[in-house]
Design a protein around this ligand. Structure first.
Ligand SMILES: Nc1nc2c(ncn2[C@@H]2O[C@H](COP(=O)(O)OP(=O)(O)OP(=O)(O)O)[C@@H](O)[C@H]2O)c(=O)[nH]1
Ligand SMILES: [Mg+2]
Length: 367
């Protein structure tokens, strides 16, 4: 009886984490690798796609024993392959997509009525939420669901062999067709939603430090502004198997919306995030002025930023000036404020819990 009760208790203990209201963040047990090079996140790429050329038709005449003129027997060429972009959840950014994508050519036709083989289509995987624009900037494809495909360049048709041209008047045609060239086009492909959470802040606020603290990403951290020039993406794991993508974006400065600093490009990245975290350096004087500047810059770029869920994270709370500033900051903003120290890892779990709550509420807006 006693052992039975013990097993039930054990089972209850094991299921406890699943019955919790908010999922707990999981910390990775493996150390971060120092071997693989750091990769930034690529969400926009120009590509040139070339469809495969069709195979040429063959000119041939069959000659057999006791039947010297057995007739034309040139086979048709095979069709060239298409270039197809396919949405898949397996990849997250456009690093794997090459700038020039060529499909294979079809095989030429041969004698003895052998038709050339059709080429395989070149299927390139792109992340879900990829948008395809033509050279004029018009959106012509939106791969919003798993498995959706876009034919970027069609392959050329194979040419007919000389057998095809037999007619009543011409029994031994000495003509065949060349295979057609495949289409050659240029596109801009970009990812619509880049991350669930975007980290917005002045240069040196500690955005990269925070991303390193919550995920396995390894953006460079250094005590000077504009360390991060390209966005980095990290994944936070939770015990309900949800994965939340957090983007470390380059620093924002006054007049960014007029293309100062790293400029408009950066703000475009921020637009592709579901929710925003304003990261403030609390050791600076009057950090709430920084918050106002950040909000002003975003609103100048697009009014849509106001609708995005957002919280304020007060970083560098380990420094002496920070405590006073925190009280004043809370009085100066209506947004929820979470004090942390990214460097020492203080209060990170509260922040991650908050991120999960935001994610659960707004998850449907992404993808
Ligand atoms: N004391 C203290 N220092 C911190 C904390 N977080 C970050 N730092 C330091 O602040 C400096 C800048 O940190 P980064 O993470 O590179 O800042 P960033 O916001 O990514 O800067 P940019 O990429 O240039 O925009 C580094 O020297 C960090 O060690 C913190 O919580 N406490
Ligand atoms: Mg950085």
């Amino acid at each position: 009886m006693f052992t039975k009760a013990n097993t039930v208790l054990k089972l209850l203990k094991n299921t406890r984490s699943f019955s919790q209201k908010v999922a707990q963040p999981l910390r990775s047990k493996k150390p971060k690798s120092s071997a693989t090079p750091v990769q930034d996140f690529l969400d926009l790429k120009q590509v040139r796609v070339v469809g495969g050329k069709g195979g040429d038709g063959c000119i041939s005449f069959l000659s057999l024993w006791a039947n010297e003129f057995a007739g034309p027997d040139g086979g048709d060429g095979g069709n060239g392959g298409h270039v197809i972009l396919k949405a898949t959840q397996d990849i997250k950014d456009l690093h794997a997509v090459s700038t020039v994508i060529r499909a294979e050519n079809g095989e030429n036709g041969r004698n003895k009525d052998c038709h050339g083989k059709n080429a395989e289509h070149m299927v390139i995987n792109v992340p879900i939420g990829t948008i395809i624009k033509d050279s004029d900037g018009k959106v012509i494809g939106d791969l919003s669901r798993q498995g959706l495909m876009f034919v970027a360049a069609r392959g050329g048709a194979g040419g007919k062999g000389n057998k095809f041209f037999i007619s009543d008047t011409q029994q031994s045609p000495e003509i065949s067709e060349y295979g057609a060239n495949g289409e050659e086009l240029e596109y801009t492909i970009e990812i619509k939603s880049m991350a669930h959470i975007g980290l917005i802040g002045f240069p040196n606020a500690g955005k990269s430090t925070l991303l390193r603290a919550v995920s396995r990403a390894r953006p460079k951290v250094a005590p000077y502004p504009f360390t991060t020039l390209k966005p980095h993406l990290g994944i936070v794991q939770y015990d309900d198997y949800e994965q939340v993508a957090v983007a470390d974006l380059p620093g924002l400065i006054p007049d960014s919306h007029k293309n100062k600093g790293l400029g408009i490009q950066f703000l475009k990245h921020a637009e592709r995030c579901m929710a925003l975290i304003y990261l403030l350096d609390m050791s600076q004087t009057e950090p709430w002025r920084h918050l106002e500047t950040l909000q002003f810059e975003l609103s100048q770029f697009s009014e849509d930023f106001r609708q995005k869920p957002q919280i304020v994270v007060a970083n560098k709370m380990d420094l002496p000036e920070a405590k006073e500033n925190l009280e004043l900051l809370k009085q100066n903003t209506t947004l929820p404020v979470i004090p942390i120290s990214a460097k020492l890892g203080d209060n990170i779990s509260q922040l991650l819990t908050e991120i999960k709550i935001i994610y659960d509420k707004n998850e449907k807006n992404v993808e």
